[in-house]
Design a protein around this ligand. Structure first.
Ligand code: PGA
Length: 265
């Protein structure tokens, strides 16, 4: 895996957005007419990356007309119109401001009558679209990718997940600080759904992510930290600010800096 380190989340997010735009443009040039299939995440972390992508779309530097997206998760039982649903989040922070056609947008339905069928159909729809070219994710403080909490199988697929108390406490900041308002379950792509993508990018900003980044990068490949699955991926990139790499060994930090400097020479 590569770890890209920038001074702050703003410069890291601009780097990430431009990288994604380049990938979309490269596929449009090499395989004209073929969709670019991307997995997308929610949370505080990707907001600045989405803002830069919106800026690039408005500046005519990239278009989402031929992008097909699948979001990684959604709460169970929360109305789509709820301000904290991931449907609402994605429309507010990205979809309403770019040119991605509505029919290309896919988000799990956490209110489906048959949740298991909803998850199985999602996997089928991803496969029918040709599989992911790229997956953009965040990382939880406990090292989760999507809602694949610690001890989720690394070969897992889209399914109903029970959220840990830790995750519900962390997410209560979006629900008036009241953990009881945070849904107890979510639908989530599996770890293998993410790592099947040709390329995976994880964003991690701030000191609260430092332990998870240490476990993901320097720890063993383990269901204890599900982002560690990226260690077995051929095209895995973790984009961090300085605070998020604060618990890496100095030698690891220097290694990733040196690799990037050498590649840019
Ligand atoms: P955050 O969430 O971006 O709000 O920190 C990330 C995650 O839990 O995956």
């Amino acid at each position: 895996m590569k770890v890209i380190i920038r001074d702050d989340s703003k410069t890291a997010s601009v780097w990430a957005a431009r990288y994604i735009a380049d990938r979309i443009n490269e596929k449009a040039a090499s395989n004209p007419g073929e969709p670019f299939v991307i997995g997308l995440c929610t949370g505080s972390t990707p907001i600045e990356t989405y803002a830069e992508l919106i800026r690039l779309v408005k500046a005519g530097k990239v278009s989402f007309k031929n992008v097909v997206s699948f979001n990684m998760d959604e709460y169970v039982g929360l109305p789509e119109s709820h301000p904290e649903s991931y449907h609402s989040f994605m429309h507010k922070y990205l979809f309403d401001q770019i040119d991605e056609p509505a029919q290309n947008i896919h988000i799990l339905n956490g209110n489906a009558p048959d949740l298991d069928k909803e998850c199985a159909d999602y996997e089928k729809a991803i496969a029918a679209a040709g599989g992911f070219d790229f997956f953009l994710g965040g990382i939880g403080e406990d090292g989760h990718i999507a809602f694949n909490e610690p001890f989720s199988p690394l070969n897992s697929r889209t399914r109903v997940m029970t959220l840990t108390e830790d995750t519900r406490i962390v997410n209560s900041r979006f629900f008036d600080g009241d953990m009881n308002q945070v849904p107890k379950q979510a639908l989530s792509v599996g770890v293998a759904t993410v790592t099947d993508a040709k390329e995976v990018m994880i964003l991690a900003f701030g000191p609260k992510k430092a332990r998870a980044i240490r476990d993901a990068v320097e720890g063993p490949l383990s269901h204890y930290c599900t982002v560690s699955a990226l260690q077995n991926h051929q095209q895995g990139i973790i984009v961090c600010d300085e605070a998020a790499v604060g618990e890496l060994k100095l030698n690891s930090y220097k290694y990733f800096k040196a690799v990037e400097a050498a590649e840019n020479r």
